[in-house]
Design a binder for this molecule. Structure first.
Ligand code: PLP
Length: 405
C-alpha cells in the first residue's frame, strides 16, 4: 500500500471526518463550567433536534459510544424485570436484545432472517397476542441494520403498533442512519431514538446521543431502573443553562457544532438525504453489474448508508477485506458473526462524494479480481458512472457534497 494520499475509510462507520471538523476540534480545551462552553451547548441542541426530526423531544449527549446509548435508552424508561419485544435480524439487533437481557429485562427475541427487514405485520401480530397481565413495556427496533444493509420502515412499524392498540414504548436505534437518512421522530411518535457520533454525524467515535420524547421523559421521572451516569434527568436539567453534570467531551462538541453547520445550514438535511440515496444507488448499480447478490432481500429495504455484498461460494470475504486494505489502503467492513466470511460491506455514508464512491468501487473491483472473483474489471465503476452521469441535478450536489476538505 502506498503511504501517500488519503486512506479510504469505507467501513459503515466510523466514517471519514472532514478536515473542517478536524480543524474545529483542533483548539485548546476550555473550561466546561465557563460561559463560552454554555454558549456551545446552546448552539448545538436546536439543530440536533432538527436532525432527529423533533420539536418536543429532548436530545441528551453522553461521552460514550452507541453501546452506551443502548443502555441509556433502556435504563431511563424501563424498570428491571419489565418485558420487551426485540427482533434478531442481524448482529446489532441481536446485541440490542442482549443488552436488554444483561440489564435484567425479560426479552422476547423474535428470530428473523439476516437480510430481512423488520416486517411491520410481525410487530402487529406479536403485539396483538400480548394480552397478558404484564404487557411489553417497549419494542426495540434497529432502523438500519449495519451488519446486513437493511433499513426498516419505522413509520410502518409505528402504524402497526397503533393498529394493535398497544401502549409499548417505541425505542429505535438510529446509529447507522441518523443524519444520513430522514428520521421523523415526532411524526412516527418514536419514544426514544439513539445514535453515536461516528457515522452520519461525521465525527470521531466518542459521543452517544439519545432523543427522548414526552412519554419517555414522563416515564423517566417516575420509573426506569437504578441508574447513575446514564440518568438523563440531571443532564436535561443542567443543559438548560448550557452545562453538564459530568465533564463533557468538550472538543468533540466543537466538532459537532461544525458538523451541524455543514449538515443543517450549508448542505441542508434534504440534500444530505438525497445525496445518500443517490450515492447508494450508484453502489448498488455496481454490485449488480458484478453479478453479486446484495444481502438485503428486498430492494425497498436497501440501506442508503451501506451495502452488504455476498461473495461467491469458495471465496472468503475476509480475504477481500484484507487485500483491499493491504494493497490499496481501502477499509471495507467485514461480515459479522453469523455471516463472517460470507459478505463484505461497503460503507457509503457521512462525508462522501461521487468520485470517492468511484474510487472505492475501483478498489473493490481490484481486490475481487486479485482473488479470482470474475466481475470484469471496470464493470461496476462503469455502471455507477452511468448512473452518476445521468443525474446531475441531484439536490445539494454542487455545493454540498465536497465537505472532505
Ligand atoms: N447499533 C448499530 C446499528 C451499530 O451499527 C453499532 C455499531 O456499529 C452499534 C449499535 C454499537 O455502537 P458502538 O460500536 O458505537 O458502541
Amino acid at each position: 500500500m502506498s503511504v501517500s494520499g488519503r486512506p479510504f475509510l469505507q467501513i459503515p462507520g466510523p466514517t471519514n471526518v472532514p478536515d473542517r471538523i478536524l480543524r474545529a476540534m483542533d483548539r485548546p480545551v476550555i473550561d466546561h463550567r465557563g460561559p463560552e462552553f454554555a454558549e456551545l451547548t446552546k448552539e448545538i441542541l436546536p439543530p440536533l433536534r432538527e436532525v432527529f426530526g423533533t420539536r418536543e423531544g429532548a436530545v441528551v449527549l453522553y461521552p460514550s459510544s452507541g453501546t452506551g446509548a443502548w443502555e441509556a435508552s433502556l435504563v431511563n424508561v424501563l424498570a428491571p424485570g419489565e418485558r420487551v419485544l426485540a427482533f434478531n435480524h442481524g448482529h446489532f439487533s441481536a446485541l440490542f436484545a442482549q443488552t436488554a437481557r444483561n440489564l435484567g429485562y425479560e426479552v422476547d427475541e423474535v428470530p428473523l432472517r439476516w437480510g430481512q427487514e423488520l416486517p411491520a405485520e410481525e410487530v402487529e401480530a406479536r403485539l396483538k397476542r400480548d394480552a397478558g397481565e404484564r404487557p411489553y413495556a417497549a419494542v426495540l427496533v434497529v432502523h438500519n441494520e449495519t451488519s446486513t444493509g437493511v433499513m426498516s420502515d419505522i413509520g410502518a412499524i409505528r402504524a402497526a403498533m397503533d393498529r394493535a392498540g398497544h401502549k409499548a414504548l417505541l425505542i429505535v436505534d438510529t446509529v447507522s442512519s441518523l443524519a444520513s437518512v430522514e428520521f421523523r421522530f415526532d411524526e412516527w411518535r418514536v419514544d426514544v431514538a439513539l445514535t453515536g457520533s461516528q457515522k452520519g454525524l461525521m465525527l470521531p467515535p466518542g459521543l452517544a446521543l439519545v432523543c427522548a420524547g414526552p412519554r419517555a421523559l414522563a416515564r423517566g421521572e417516575t420509573g426506569g431502573a437504578p441508574r447513575n451516569f446514564f440518568d438523563w434527568r440531571p443532564i436535561i436539567r443542567d443543559n438548560q443553562a448550557g452545562f453538564f453534570p459530568y465533564t463533557p467531551a468538550t472538543l468533540i462538541l466543537y466538532g459537532l457544532r461544525e458538523a451541524l453547520k455543514i449538515l443543517v445550514e450549508e448542505e441542508g438535511l434534504d440534500a444530505v438525504y438525497a445525496r445518500h440515496r443517490y450515492l447508494a444507488d450508484a453502489v448498488r448499480a455496481a454490485v449488480s453489474a458484478w453479478g453479486l447478490p446484495n444481502l438485503c432481500e428486498k430492494p425497498e429495504f436497501h440501506s442508503n448508508t451501506l451495502t452488504a455484498v455476498v461473495v461467491p461460494e469458495g471465496t472468503d470475504s475476509d480475504d477481500i477485506v484484507r487485500v483491499a486494505r493491504d494493497r490499496f489502503g481501502l477499509a471495507l467492513g467485514v461480515g459479522l458473526t453469523r455471516i463472517k466470511g460470507k459478505v463484505f460491506r461497503i460503507g457509503h455514508l457521512g462525508a462522501l462524494n461521487e468520485l470517492e464512491v468511484l474510487g472505492t468501487l475501483g478498489g473493490v473491483e481490484m481486490a475481487l479480481s486479485e482473488l479470482g472473483v470474475q466481475i470484469g474489471l471496470g464493470s461496476g465503476v462503469a455502471a455507477a458512472q452511468g448512473l452518476l452521469a445521468r443525474t446531475p441535478e441531484v439536490a445539494g450536489r454542487r455545493d454540498g457534497t465536497v465537505v472532505t476538505s
